[in-house]
Design a protein around this ligand. Structure first.
Ligand code: B12
Length: 236
């Protein structure tokens, strides 16, 4: 517990900052401090946005994801190392833990079916995939999340087992796009391709690639959920 005097001083500082910065500036500060891996600053601006009731998806799309893109670019140019990617993942997960319950909150009403999701074999990135799963739950789906590093056979087995209405695959590694094709090809070989919608997403995935392998392309998690709903006849 912070002593009262320190708490009051901190609150005064925050109030001053709130008055001096508009919402767009606070989002930019959050993006930059995440890009700089300055956890304390990032936490401060994140809290300000929550206090201002900025919707969780807006915080993700306009501040957190762009902040992670800065980290990615700095890694690419050699300014950051693997340990920095790990720290970025850790900070981002902390924020997602706070936002996830808010994104799930309107998950009442009838269930729309089960969607199996996972990150392809060899890939450990899961933040975007988890966001997709959370938004699916918020939209009324049951989600079976197979986690990361998922082999094509496991995707197929689970889709069969739970009679899934859709399969969502994620990868952030351009070197692992082929695992998406492997999975779709397995579904085709096993006669399961026409029984389930297959949607793919992640940084290196393009509309063209999705078309080429015979899957639906979700450019982001929210668009992906809308496409699944539309495919099943639930979306306007
Ligand atoms: C954090 C991070 C990590 C963390 C991941 C932590 C975790 N638990 O996920 C760790 C440290 C583990 C990591 C490791 C590595 N990483 Co990394 N990582 C990142 C970083 C900085 C951020 C990723 C992120 O979480 N973004 C935020 C989320 C919200 O965005 P997102 O996942 O893209 O999701 C959005 C969309 O893509 C979409 N989406 C995602 N999945 C799906 C699925 C569906 C169905 C739908 C509809 C939508 C959808 O929805 C979201 C938006 O709404 C990126 C850089 C970047 N610009 O993305 C590099 C990046 C992806 N990593 C990269 C690399 C090279 C690696 C390593 C190989 C490094 C190494 N030398 O070991 C390893 C790979 C380990 C492995 N086998 O997987 C490269 C990949 C380059 C390439 N050729 O593809 C990137 C692009 C960095 C760079 N610019 O060089 N990484």
């Amino acid at each position: 517990m912070l002593p009262y005097r320190i708490k009051a001083k901190y609150k005064k500082l925050r109030d001053r900052e709130k008055k001096e910065l508009n919402l767009d500036e606070i989002k930019k500060k959050l993006m930059e401090s995440l890009g700089d891996l300055n956890e304390e600053e990032a936490q401060k601006y994140f809290n300000l946005l929550l206090e201002e009731k900025v919707p969780p998806l807006e915080i993700i799309n306009t501040a957190l994801k762009p902040g992670m893109d800065i980290v990615g670019s700095r890694y690419e140019t050699g300014e950051y190392f693997l340990s920095d990617l790990m720290l970025a993942g850790h900070i981002m997960k902390g924020f997602m833990n706070i936002l996830t319950p808010m994104l799930k909150s309107d998950a009442s009403g009838p269930k729309l079916g089960t969607v199996v999701i996972g990150t392809v074999r060899g890939d450990m990135h899961d933040i975007g995939k988890n966001l997709f799963g959370t938004l699916l739950i918020g939209a009324g789906f049951d989600v079976l999340d197979l986690g990361t590093d998922v082999a094509p056979e496991k995707f197929l087995d689970k889709v069969k087992e739970v009679n899934a209405v859709a399969l969502g695959m994620s990868t952030l590694l351009s070197t692992h796009l082929f695992e998406m094709k492997n999975t779709v090809d397995l579904f085709k070989r096993e006669g399961y391709y026409d029984k389930v919608m297959i949607i793919i997403g992640g940084r290196p995935v393009t509309e063209e690639f999705a078309k080429e392998i015979g899957a639906t392309y979700g450019k982001d998690a929210l668009t992906g959920v809308k496409l699944v709903k539309r495919h099943l006849g639930f979306e306007e």
